[in-house]
Design a protein around this ligand. Sequence first.
Ligand SMILES: Cc1cc2nc3c(=O)[nH]c(=O)nc-3n(C[C@H](O)[C@H](O)[C@H](O)COP(=O)(O)OP(=O)(O)OC[C@H]3O[C@@H](n4cnc5c(N)ncnc54)[C@H](O)[C@@H]3O)c2cc1C
Length: 373
Amino acid sequence: MYDVAIIGAGINGCSVAHELTEVSKKVILFDMSGVSGGGSGAAGAFISPKFSKSGELKEILHDAFVYSMEFYESKFPHVLTKSPLLHIAQDEQASEILKAYKEQTTLELQKPSDELLSQLKPQAKKEENISLNAGVVNAEALCNALCKSATFKKAKVDSLVYDEGVWVINETYTAKEVVLATGAYETLIDEPYIKLRGVWGHRIDIKTSTKNSHSIHQFVSISPSKNGVLAIGATHNVHYHPQSATEPYNVVEGREELLEKASRTLELKDVEVIKDYTGLRSGSFDYMPMVGSLVISKETLLNKNIRFKVKKANYEEYEYYPNLYMINGSGGYGFVLAPYLAKILTEYMLSAKKISPRLQPARFFARWAKKLP
Ligand SMILES: Cc1cc2nc3c(=O)[nH]c(=O)nc-3n(C[C@H](O)[C@H](O)[C@H](O)COP(=O)(O)OP(=O)(O)OC[C@H]3O[C@@H](n4cnc5c(N)ncnc54)[C@H](O)[C@@H]3O)c2cc1C
């Protein structure tokens, strides 16, 4: 019997495995495609804040950025490349947002080096930009390091049944608690209010004689170069979905698009693509991540004492699946959010520390139930 079974070994599942094994919990981790075999393995894995004017997502990403940089630096420095980040506006509207961000932020800003600016394309040079200390992590090495003390099983979880106070997985493994960290691939629990958007992404590693010391974000993300190799990535393809597509993803066209977009920002010389990574990232419908327990909609709706058509729902009135949790919906910021969210989730699991309502999956149940006839 395991204390906790985690389904999904992306950055979210592995971060939760790390927190729980640190406090000596017996953890089993399942993934049908291996550690970091989903969206996490495709990620450029840049650690950056969200450059927007205001909003809950900006606030949470600010806190998560500060927390995660410190976390990676202190616990996993071998997989973190600290590098200045240069974020360049794509257009007039984005320039205005960057200007406002610069005025409000408490993060320390810096001036990009003259050497870097001289490499930028003339149009990119003209646009508003912002630069600060940030980093990039090696996604695969990080996920493996995070889950090293958990038992890993390469298997698809098809069956998850709660029986006499214990979760039974694939009719074989038992665990007291279960964490669903399945990204955009599966939900496993069939609840009508849980909806996630899968956005397809493509990253390439290229050999190039262009030397670049910054993480540069404009139309795509470009990593600093190391031994003549740099990564270019984006999750821009909202039209392709591996589960519904009739044709395989066109890797050659994807490469061309990434290189064309990167070269609008930076002059890349002597390019040779050496590796492709593809995957889905999952986003929630309000863009905020989803962390916490899952409401059982059928049982909750049967409770005649609950008023669903209210402005401010009381999540404590709902019925929840016993010892079942979710961590998902990180959008394009999984590596920024995961250490921070895993801390929040495990503090809730271990000591019932409350999770902010804006992060709980229950908010989607409340919105869904309110609209029912
Ligand atoms: C091209 C690209 C670039 C990106 N760049 C960045 C970036 O620079 N910075 C950043 O912070 N984020 C970035 N992201 C987003 C980031 O990758 C995601 O937010 C993150 O990977 C989400 O992690 P996850 O653990 O939730 O999901 P995933 O990594 O997708 O993990 C879910 C795992 O669950 C497994 N699974 C699902 N169902 C089952 C089942 N039934 N049984 C067994 N296993 C199952 C899947 O195989 C998968 O491995 C990028 C994404 C892509 C695609």
